[in-house]
Design a protein around this ligand. Sequence first.
Ligand code: PAN
Ligand code: ZN
Length: 187
Amino acid sequence: TPPLQPFAIRFGDDNATLEPQGQILQRRMSDLEGLFADRRAWEQAVADGDPVVYTVVSSPVPEVSRELPQSITTIFPGDTGGEFWMTKGHQHPDPQGEIYLGLEGRGGLLLFDGERAEWLDITPGVIGYIPPGWAHRSVNVGDEPYRFLAVYPGSAGHDYGWVLTHGMGLRARRAEGTVELVPFGTP
Ligand code: PAN
Ligand code: ZN
């Protein structure tokens, strides 16, 4: 594929979309099997209407080498068995850096390199830096949608199996108006 030509990308209404827009992805509760610690609560949530937990809206920049794709993730507010709603989380098989820019709401960026876990608070105007080799998951810790822009190298790839095998080091739980980070337990 030849490189793209220069073009402007704008934030749409409510910072929810990118214009022009590429693909839109929707993750429902049923897509998140094996990720929440409380499997019963997860099954119940799937049975109770299988809500959309997050969406990812991309610009038309393709995921190919040398290009720099971007997307806006919106995680809706909620918890399942006390664990805040979150993304699946992944590693980049070709380890490269990535940045997240907070746009709306209150979120957290959980990072795990297989041994150490880190938590970054992400609010509008904050950039979270994800170094190469750190698996990452986003969490909505607020009462409104949490949105952020992600920018990452097009050749990085996405490995979702890694998190199922290794876990993420910590879990983010709702606790009396605040966030409690607890050990992950057995993945
Ligand atoms: C983000 C994520 C997005 C959804 O664009 O892909 O927030 O999370 P999952 O991919 O873990 O479902 C990113 O980190 N891209 O590399
Ligand atoms: Zn990523």
